[in-house]
Design a protein around this ligand. Structure first.
Ligand code: UD1
Length: 419
C-alpha cells in the first residue's frame, strides 16, 4: 500500500502542463465502439480510469493500443454485448457503453453500477430516454439488459441535465432513424467535445453545448482522428491550489472559457487571473476573503471543484456557506478535513466553513478522486507532516499528480505503508 507524505506549508509557483480531459476521454472511448473503423485519440491522459475503460473496450472485442498520449481504437470486428460486473463496479462511467452497444448491436448487457463514495447515482434518466427511442430493458441478477431494433428519433426532455444521460442519448441518436432532440441537455464542454468527435466521424449533431441538441440519424460512422480538450477540472484544481497556497502558477493550455465561473470566484476571493490563448496564470498575495458558493450543472460552479474550494475557504478571513446541489454525499470527507484543523459544519447539502489562521498536518484517508486532491491541498497548506492514505483514488483522475506538484515546489513523496 502506498501513501503520500507531504511537508507543508508551501507556496506553489511555476508552470504546470494540463492533460487531456478525463471525462471527455472516457466518453470518446465508448463512442468509438460505434465506429467500425480505426479511431485515433490524441492528448489522452495516462490515468487509471482510462486504462480501466481500455479493458472494458477490449472485453467487448475492440483493439486498443497506446502510443504515448495517442490511443488507437479499432472496433471494426465483431463486438460482444456484455460488460462484466468487475469492471463496472470499478468505474461507474462504464455504464456509458449502453447507448453505443444498443445502437451498434441492438442489445447490451451491463452490470448495474452500485453506489460509490459520492452517493447513490441512479441511471433512470439514461434508461427512460433510451426506452423512448425504442429500447426495452429488464434488470436481472444485478445486470441491466437492453434490446432494440434500430432506435428511432424522438424528443426527449430530461428531468435534470444529467451529463451521463445526455451523452448516452446523444450517442444512441447518431445512428437512429430520423431526428432526435434532447431538451434540458447537459451543456458541459465534454459534451461539445463528444459531439465534435462524432460529427468528424460523419454524425449530424447540432446544438451541443446548449440546452437543446438535435441529432439527425445517419447510417454509418467512419474513421476519425481527434484531439481531446484540456481537462478543466485538473486545471481548476491547480488554480485553486495556487490561490490557497498564495502562489503563482501558469496552467499551460488550460482553457479559460471552460473555467469562467471558477476563475471569477477565485478573483472574488482576491486572486489575480490572466486569461491567455495558451493558458491561464493565477496569482495570490493575501489571505482569501470568505465567499458563498453553490454548485450547479455547467456553466454553474462544478461539483468536482467543490472539495478544493472548501479547503481554500477554510483559510479565509470569515465564514462561508457552500451548497452542494449535484451529489448529495460529496461532503463525506469533511470529517477527515476537520482532523487537520478546519472548522466545517455540514447541515444537509450546506456546509458552513469558518476560516482559521492555520491548518495542521495529520494522517488522513482518501475516499474519492476529488476529495483526494482536496486533502492533498490541505496538506500543502498545513504546518508540518501530512500522510495521505489510499492516494490511489487520485491516480484515477489526475495524471502524474505528485510529479506535477513537485514541479511547482511541493514537498510530496510517495512512501510505502506498513498496512
Ligand atoms: C459526470 C462526471 C462527474 C461530474 C458529474 C457532474 C464523468 C465520468 N463523470 O458524472 O465527474 O461530477 O458529471 O458534473 O463524466 N442522476 C439521476 N439519474 C440519472 C443520472 C443522474 O438521478 O439517470 C443524478 C445523479 O445521481 C447526480 C446528478 O444526477 O445526483 C448528476 O449526475 P450526472 O450529471 O449524470 O453525472 P455523471 O454523468 O454521473
Amino acid at each position: 500500500m502506498k501513501k503520500y507524505v507531504i511537508k507543508g506549508p508551501v507556496r506553489l509557483a511555476g508552470d504546470v502542463q494540463i492533460s487531456g480531459a478525463k471525462n471527455s476521454t472516457l466518453k470518446l472511448m465508448v463512442a468509438s465502439l460505434m465506429i467500425p473503423d480505426e479511431v485515433t485519440l490524441e492528448r489522452v491522459p495516462r490515468i487509471r480510469d482510462v486504462f480501466l475503460m481500455a479493458q472494458v473496450l477490449e472485453q467487448l472485442g475492440a483493439g486498443v493500443s497506446f502510443e504515448g498520449d495517442r490511443l488507437v481504437i479499432d472496433a471494426s470486428g465483431e463486438l460482444s454485448e456484455e460488460t462484466p460486473y468487475e469492471l463496472v463496479t470499478k468505474m461507474r462511467a462504464s455504464i456509458q457503453v449502453l447507448g453505443p452497444l444498443l445502437a451498434r448491436l441492438g442489445r447490451a448487457r451491463v452490470a448495474m453500477p452500485g453506489g460509490d463514495a459520492i452517493g447513490s447515482r441512479p441511471i433512470d434518466l439514461h434508461l427512460s430516454g433510451l426506452e423512448r427511442m425504442g429500447a426495452k430493458f429488464q434488470a436481472e441478477h444485478g445486470y441491466v439488459e437492453g434490446m432494440c431494433d434500430r432506435l428511432r428519433g424522438v424528443n426527449v426532455l430530461l428531468e435534470f441535465p444529467s451529463v451521463g444521460a445526455t451523452e448516452n442519448l446523444l450517442m444512441s441518436a447518431v445512428t437512429a432513424e430520423g431526428t432526435t432532440t434532447i431538451e434540458n441537455a447537459a451543456r458541459e464542454p465534454e459534451i461539445q467535445d463528444l459531439a465534435q468527435f462524432l460529427n468528424a466521424a460523419g454524425a449530424r449533431i447540432d446544438g451541443a453545448g446548449s440546452p437543446s441538441i438535435a441529432v439527425e440519424g445517419v447510417e454509418r460512422l467512419t474513421s476519425v482522428e481527434h484531439k481531446i480538450i484540456p481537462d478543466r477540472i485538473e486545471a481548476g484544481t491547480f488554480a485553486v491550489m495556487a490561490v490557497a497556497t498564495r502562489g503563482d502558477v501558469l496552467l499551460k493550455e488550460a482553457r479559460a472559457d471552460h473555467l469562467e465561473l471558477p476563475l471569477q470566484k477565485l478573483e472574488e476571493v482576491g486572486a489575480e487571473v490572466q486569461r491567455g490563448d495558451d493558458g491561464v496564470r493565477v496569482t495570490m498575495h493575501r489571505r482569501p476573503s470568505a465567499l458563498d458558493l453553490v454548485t450547479l450543472p455547467y456553466p454553474g460552479f462544478p461539483t468536482d471543484l467543490q472539495p478544493m474550494m472548501m479547503v481554500l475557504l477554510s483559510q479565509s478571513d470569515g465564514s462561508s456557506i457552500l451548497t452542494e446541489n449535484v451529489f448529495e454525499a460529496r461532503f463525506i470527507f469533511v470529517d477527515e478535513l476537520n482532523r487537520m484543523g478546519t472548522r466545517i459544519r455540514v447541515e444537509g447539502h450546506h456546509a458552513v466553513i469558518r476560516g482559521v489562521e492555520k491548518l495542521s498536518g495529520a494522517p488522513v484517508r482518501v475516499p474519492d478522486i476529488r476529495a483526494g486532491a482536496a486533502l492533498v491541498l490541505s496538506g500543502l497548506c498545513a504546518q508540518g507532516r501530512t500522510e495521505i492514505h489510499d492516494p490511489g483514488h487520485i491516480g484515477r483522475g489526475y495524471e502524474d499528480f505528485d510529479e506535477k506538484l513537485r514541479g511547482l515546489g511541493a514537498d510530496i513523496e510517495v512512501a510505502v505503508t506498513d498496512a
